[in-house]
Design a protein around this ligand. Structure first.
Ligand code: IPE
Ligand code: IPE
Ligand code: MG
Length: 265
């Protein structure tokens, strides 16, 4: 295997990243330093469509293809958890037609992909206020999560009707109810305890958060969990996010020094 530092300096100094093939980028990755938990804000579908003079819905459809290939790549690489932001608690503010298109794409994705994901040992989970999604989406999610719940491969968290603030409020309410019933004590409430009541309870915090389409904000995603997550923003619009782009993001992540508030080691 190539030395990552050497490869990276070659990558940045000699030729633009786009020139490197997917295979070269993959080869440069240190498999022992992959993020355990990768989170992605899949953004830019609408702009991708608009640039092509197409309706936004076709951008979302193209986005599903990017999701398919990213899930496959993460599963093959051995990433443990992949959390993708598919629909936020704020996305209900969009026109009803667009919301319907997104919900129908979710249903279609689950119907078409679940068997294949199951064969690849992917464990599908949904995080967010799932009970407020359309009935048919809930049925497909239930089927997918139940079918794949014993799989020991990639955990795929679909963040649907997800909002970081609502998640923190939900956790707070659950803990307050326990306190009220005398089932926990005030002294029990520390970071580790609180984390167990989040939708991601039991999972590691994300090591890397990728946002496509160049937006520099978190848009209410994994607010608690991303306290020390490394951020990577690319101008690439989500439907154009390829395996090579993913490998590049992982290579950048592998060059980061994570200090968690301490000093350089
Ligand atoms: C991301 O793409 C998909 C969702 C938010 C559901 P957008 O639809 O936000 O695309 P832009 O940001 O308008 O380009
Ligand atoms: C974040 O993207 C939500 C998802 C990708 C599902 P948005 O497009 O909704 O975020 P803002 O409005 O640009 O912050
Ligand atoms: Mg957007």
């Amino acid at each position: 295997m190539l030395d990552i530092k050497q490869f990276w300096s070659k990558l940045t100094k000699s030729k633009p990243v786009g020139v490197h093939t997917e295979g070269e980028l993959l080869e440069a990755l240190d498999r022992s330093k992959l993020p355990q938990h990768l989170a992605i804000i899949m953004d830019g579908n609408g702009r991708w469509a608009r640039r092509r003079g197409m309706p936004r819905g076709l951008g979302h459809r193209a986005g599903v293809e990017a999701l398919r290939s990213t899930v496959k790549a993460c599963s093959n690489l051995g990433v443990k958890v992949l959390t993708v932001y598919a629909f936020s608690t704020e996305n209900w503010k969009r026109p009803r037609d667009e919301v319907n298109i997104l919900m129908n794409l979710l249903i279609e994705y689950l119907q078409k992909e679940v068997d294949d994901l199951h064969r690849n040992k992917v464990h599908i989970q949904a995080i967010g206020c799932i009970h407020d999604l359309p009935q048919e989406a809930q049925v497909e999610l239930k089927r997918a999560t139940e079918l794949t719940c014993k799989n020991n491969g990639l955990i795929l968290n679909l963040a649907l009707n997800y909002g970081g603030r609502v998640e923190i409020l939900d956790a707070t309410r659950k803990i307050a109810a326990l306190l009220k019933q005398g089932e926990c004590r005030l002294e029990d409430i520390n970071e580790e305890f609180f984390g167990r009541f989040l939708y991601t309870g039991g999972m590691p915090d994300p090591d890397l958060l990728i946002r496509t389409s160049g937006e520099m904000r978190v848009s209410n995603f994994l607010l608690w969990q991303s306290a020390y997550t490394e951020f990577y923003v690319t101008e690439t619009l989500w439907p154009d996010f390829s395996k090579a782009q993913l490998f590049k993001a992982l290579l950048v992540y592998q060059q980061r020094e994570r200090r968690y508030g301490a000093l350089k080691s």
